[in-house]
Design a protein around this ligand. Structure first.
Ligand code: SF4
Length: 434
């Protein structure tokens, strides 16, 4: 079936309509592009639509084939759920007084045959964050049970009251249900100043962080108390330091080291993972010696100048994150990058070459192709990128990387130990039986 969806627009009051005089297109960098039929998929369950105030959608005129603006209303974009990677951003022209958009991803979207379509690929089979997998009644019961089981544990209280019941964090909700990946935030501080930080936004910025940063430093005892039972009892168990509601966990490496050593006295089951900005290779080495199993380093780019323009690091530099990946690999641990995908930058020829180099020099195990939750114009303006150069297309770039590095895994989530050590294609949440 040829997929050629119509552009969507909003009346500015939350009502969304299709404009059947225009076909939807996609954006990469600062430019709009037609989207190939096979790159459109139905908007997955758990996806949302956003109206973009102060922005006019760009489409292809169904009669002339020319690109032009939709003057009928504001532009519309889609938030695609985890496990899917967007291939194009929504295409629009921004009016001078348009407000900065909040920290969500803005994927292109169109309408055809009574359905919404987005240019995206399912990059991860693991179902741990599927919207349909969360039963609110069971989550509430699980929350009450954990708060009762750990009455004096500040971290469990934070995870249940804030993360689970207020922010609806899928990781905290899975912890309340006693399954899969359990979040373990530890650090109130950070040594980076990311433009799109989701846990801290400076006063002068008009946008707000999507969650508040942890306000206390947990003790190793508090961490060990709930993580040991989770590792022993949960299916495909992982505990993950480094969450969206904190700063940088490596600044708490001594507490994490003590926790890992104590945890492993009680159980060898499951994976102990850290999501980090990778800024301190020496701290990573200390955690490897303690028994860290897996590490995911977040980055918006494999190019030093683009990375540092976004992370605005304090007392570390891009080379340190490369060293952290090398150290983890030398100790036999699993290494991933949490790769913020931004069409037009991620798939530029310069980025492709830099990513090939990063993979080779670190012997990387996995790329988590993550949608970048940020206002596209604001981001490119802030990092000073006026020109992105030639682009390959995100899907084509993925295929080229996979072809050159056949053992490199693609996904969206940290793999459980069963997947790292066992049958990668059958050992994860929701996997089909072999
Ligand atoms: S590394 Fe994480 S916590 Fe630190 S500024 Fe960046 S996004 Fe925020």
């Amino acid at each position: 079936m040829l997929v050629k969806p119509f552009l969507l627009y909003s009346d500015g009051e939350g009502n969304i309509y299709e404009d059947d005089s225009l076909y939807a297109v996609g954006r990469a960098g600062w430019d709009a592009f037609p989207v190939e039929s096979e790159q459109w998929i139905e908007l997955p369950q758990g996806g949302n639509l956003y109206e973009l105030p102060g922005r006019r959608g760009i489409g292809i005129d169904v009669n002339t084939g020319e690109m032009r603006l939709c003057e009928k209303g504001w532009a519309v974009a889609a938030f695609i759920p985890p496990a899917y990677t967007g291939l194009f951003i929504a295409a629009y022209e921004t009016m001078p007084d348009a407000p900065t958009l909040p920290l969500f991803c803005y994927t292109a979207v169109g309408w055809m045959n009574e359905k919404h379509y987005v240019p995206a690929v399912r990059i991860e089979k693991d179902i741990r964050q599927e919207a349909a997998g969360f039963d609110d009644t069971k989550v509430k019961a699980g929350t009450a049970h954990l708060l009762e089981a750990y009455p004096n544990n500040r971290l469990v209280k934070h995870l249940m009251d804030n993360c689970c019941m207020t922010y609806h964090c899928p990781a905290a909700r899975n912890f309340s249900l006693g399954r899969w990946e359990c979040p373990v935030p530890t650090s109130p501080a950070c040594n980076a100043n990311c433009i799109g930080c989701i846990s801290f936004q400076p006063e002068e910025e008009t946008i707000v962080s999507t969650q508040d940063r942890l306000t206390f430093k947990p003790m190793a005892e508090e961490i060990v108390e709930f993580t040991v039972p989770h590792l022993i009892n949960a299916p495909f168990p992982i505990i993950s330091f480094g969450q969206g509601c904190e700063g940088e966990p490596l600044l708490m490496w001594e507490t994490i080291k003590t926790s890992i050593i104590e945890i492993r006295k009680h159980t060898q089951r499951g994976s102990i993972n850290i999501n980090t900005n990778g800024s301190k290779p020496d701290a990573v080495e200390a955690l490897c010696k303690a028994g860290l199993n897996s590490m995911r380093v977040s980055t918006n780019s494999a190019q030093k100048h683009i990375y540092e323009a976004y992370y605005r690091p304090n007392n570390y530099q891009f080379e340190d994150i490369i060293d952290s990946l090398k150290v983890m690999n030398q100790y036999g641990g699993w290494t991933s990058i949490n790769y913020f995908v931004f069409p037009g930058i991620t798939d530029s020829e310069a980025e492709y070459e830099a990513l090939r180099q990063l993979i080779s020099q670190t012997n990387l195990n996995m790329i988590q192709w993550r949608n970048f939750n940020i206002d596209p114009d604001w981001y490119m303006g802030k990092i000073g990128l006026t020109e992105t150069g030639d682009i390959l297309g995100v899907k084509q770039m993925m295929d080229l990387i996979q072809e050159e590095f056949p053992n490199l895994k693609f996904g969206y989530f940290n793999p459980p130990m069963e997947r790292i050590k066992g049958d990668y294609n059958h050992q994860f949440a929701g996997a089909p039986l072999p």
